[in-house]
Ligand binder design. Structure first.
Ligand code: 86X
Length: 505
C-alpha cells in the first residue's frame, strides 16, 4: 500500500509544471519600458489587442478600478452629485461649437462614417470628452436659480486617437474615466468644489494607491484652454524622471456658459450665466501604481486595492499529511474572510508551491501564507510579505491580528518608500545651469518663476530634444517662502512663485 502511494505521488510530481513563465525577462532599473510592458501582461492586468493603443483590461485590473470607483462614487454622492449617462456619439455640428479650443485636439477625434457599406449622411464623432455632448442639455435643464447647482458625473469610456507612443494605462486610445460636470450660481461655490474634488483625487493616490502626489495649479500654458483655471495632482515616476498628471479638477468659469448659453434667472429676477467645473480621473491611475511600486518580481499591490490580499498556499512536501494541511489552509482562509480580509486558497495540484509563489508575487498579492508539516506541528503559519520578502511565523491564534497589522504596515511602507524615492528626486534650483543639471539627472525641479508664458515657452524651446522638452508640472498650493528679491531661474526677472518643472508623460 505504502509503495503504491509513493508511486502515485511520484507520478503526480512529474505532472507538476515547473518551466512555465517563471519570472520577468527585464529588470526595472535596466530596461524600464520593456519591464513595464512585461509586468502589465505577466501579472494578467493587460492583454495586448490587435489595434495599436487599445488594450484588454483583464479582471485583475478591473477589480482595482472598481475599488477606486466604489470609493469615489460614494464620496461624490455625499456631495449630492448624481450619476448619469450620455451618448458615446456627437455630431460634427455640436462638436464644432467648442471649436476655439478643439482646434488643437481635432486630429485626435475618431469618426464613424459608415454603417455597413453605406456612408452615413453625416459622420459622427466618438466622444473624446463630453462637454459638447452634455452642455446643450445643461442649457435646456437650467432655467432658474432653483435648478442650481446641477451636478452630474458619468463613468464611461472615451476615445482619443493619439499618435505619440501608446503605453498601457498611461496613454491609450480608449480609456475609462469618470467625468464630472457641474454648474453653479456663483463662482465661490464652483471654487470650493474644485478643491473638494482635488482632495478626493489626492486620497485615491495617497490613501489607496500609496503614491505621493502634489496638489497645485497648472500654468496658463498647461491648463485646459477652455477653462478658467486647472488644478491637478501630480505624481512622479523615478525610473524615467518624469512627472505625470494624475487627475485634473477644472474651474471652467463662464466660458462654456457663453458658448452653450447656459443661463438662469437669479434670485433678483435678472438673467445670469452659470459658473461651471469639470473634473476627471482615469485608468491612468493604475499605470502610475504599476510604475511606482512594481519590482523585478512583478506587480506590487497596495493592500487597500488588492482584490486578493492574502494568498494561502499548501506546502505538502515529503510524507506530509496532505489532508491535515489542506484543512489548515481552508481554516486559515475562512478565519481571514470572516475577519473581513480578502483571502484565497491556491489548491491547484498540477503546480508546485514554488511556482505558485512566483505566480502570486508576479500578480502583486501583498501577503502569502505557506502552510507545511512544520507549521501544522507548531500550530503556526508562515507569512511572507510581497513588498520586502520578510518571513514571519505567526501562531494560529494571532492570525487575524497579525495579518491586519501586516497589511497596514505594507500599505504604509509602500507609501513611505515611494515618497522617499520621489523626494530624493526633487531638486530646488535658482539658476538655469542648476536647472539643466537637475533636469538631465532625471529630477523634478522646484524653481522660482516669473510666471510669464513667454518664459515658459522659451524653457520648452531651450530644452527640446530626444527626451522631450521640460515644462511646468504645477505651482504647488503648498508654497515655500519666496525671499524678497528672488529672481526667476529662467528669465532673471523678479520671481512670483515656486513652480515644479520637469519632463512629463
Ligand atoms: C480636455 C477637459 C475636461 C471633462 C477634463 O479634463 C475633465 C473632464 N473634460 C478635457 N480635452 C479636450 O477637451 C479634448 C477635446 C477633444 Cl475634441 C479631443 F480630441 C481631445 C481632448 N483632450 C482633452
Amino acid at each position: 500500500m505504502a509503495t503504491n502511494n509513493a508511486k502515485a505521488s511520484n507520478a503526480k510530481k512529474k505532472e507538476v509544471k515547473k518551466e512555465t513563465k517563471l519570472g520577468l525577462t527585464y529588470k526595472k532599473d535596466e530596461n524600464f519600458g520593456e519591464w513595464y510592458s512585461e509586468v502589465v501582461v505577466s501579472s494578467e492586468m493587460i492583454e495586448y489587442y490587435d489595434i495599436s493603443g487599445c488594450y484588454i483590461l483583464r479582471p485583475w485590473t478591473m477589480a482595482i478600478w472598481e475599488t477606486l470607483q466604489v470609493f469615489f462614487d460614494a464620496q461624490i454622492k455625499k456631495m449630492n452629485i448624481k450619476n448619469a449617462y450620455f451618448p458615446l456619439f456627437v455630431t460634427e455640428n455640436v462638436l464644432q461649437k467648442e471649436k476655439d479650443h478643439i482646434e488643437g485636439f481635432a486630429p485626435e477625434v475618431a469618426w464613424v462614417t459608415k454603417s455597413g457599406q453605406t456612408d452615413l449622411e453625416v459622420p459622427i464623432a466618438i466622444r473624446p470628452t463630453s462637454e459638447t455632448v452634455m452642455y446643450p442639455y445643461f442649457s435646456k435643464w437650467i432655467r432658474g436659480h432653483r435648478d442650481l447647482p446641477l451636478k452630474v458625473n458619468q463613468w464611461c469610456n472615451v476615445v482619443r486617437w493619439e499618435f505619440s507612443h501608446p503605453t498601457p494605462f498611461i496613454r491609450s486610445r480608449e480609456f475609462l474615466w469618470q467625468e464630472g460636470h457641474t454648474a453653479f450660481a456663483t463662482k465661490a461655490e464652483a471654487d470650493e468644489e474644485v478643491l473638494q474634488i482635488l482632495e478626493l483625487y489626492r486620497r485615491i493616490y495617497e490613501e489607496f494607491l500609496a503614491i505621493p502626489v502634489i496638489k497645485g495649479q497648472k500654468s496658463e500654458l498647461e491648463k485646459f484652454a477652455g477653462g478658467l483655471y486647472t488644478t491637478s495632482v501630480e505624481a512622479f515616476i523615478p525610473n524615467t524622471g518624469r512627472g505625470i498628471q494624475g487627475a485634473t479638477s477644472h474651474c471652467l468659469g463662464q466660458n462654456f456658459a457663453k458658448m452653450f448659453q447656459i443661463n438662469f434667472e437669479n434670485d433678483k429676477g435678472e438673467k445670469a450665466m452659470v459658473w461651471q467645473n469639470s473634473w476627471a480621473y482615469s485608468t491612468r491611475t493604475l499605470g502610475v501604481m504599476v510604475m511606482v511600486h512594481g519590482d523585478d518580481k512583478g506587480l506590487v499591490l497596495p493592500p487597500r486595492v488588492a482584490s486578493i490580499q492574502v494568498i494561502v498556499i499548501p506546502v505538502p512536501y515529503k510524507d506530509a499529511d496532505v489532508t491535515a494541511i489542506k484543512a489548515a489552509c481552508e481554516t486559515t482562509v475562512q478565519t481571514l474572510s470572516n475577519a473581513g480580509f480578502s483571502a484565497e486558497l491556491d489548491t491547484r495540484e498540477n503546480y508546485s508551491p514554488g511556482w505558485k509563489y512566483s505566480h502570486w508575487e508576479m500578480k502583486g498579492v501583498p501577503l502569502r501564507i505557506e502552510i507545511g508539516p512544520k507549521d501544522l506541528e507548531k500550530n503556526q503559519v508562515r507569512v511572507v510579505r510581497r513588498d520586502n520578502g520578510a518571513k514571519i511565523d505567526v501562531p494560529v491564534n494571532d492570525l487575524v491580528e497579525k495579518v491586519k497589522e501586516l497589511l497596514g504596515s505594507i500599505q504604509e511602507s509602500l507609501f513611505n518608500a515611494a515618497k522617499e524615492k520621489r523626494d530624493a528626486c526633487i531638486k530646488v534650483v535658482n539658476t538655469w545651469d542648476e536647472f539643466i543639471a537637475a533636469l538631465n539627472d532625471k529630477n523634478m525641479i522646484l524653481a522660482p518663476w516669473c510666471d510669464e508664458e513667454e518664459v515658459e515657452k522659451d524653457v520648452k524651446a531651450r530644452t527640446k530634444g530626444e527626451l522631450g522638452a521640460a515644462k511646468t508640472l504645477c505651482t504647488p498650493f503648498d508654497q515655500p517662502r519666496l525671499a524678497e528679491g528672488t529672481l526667476c531661474f529662467a528669465s532673471g526677472k523678479p520671481a512670483k512663485k515656486w513652480t515644479y518643472w520637469g519632463r512629463s508623460y
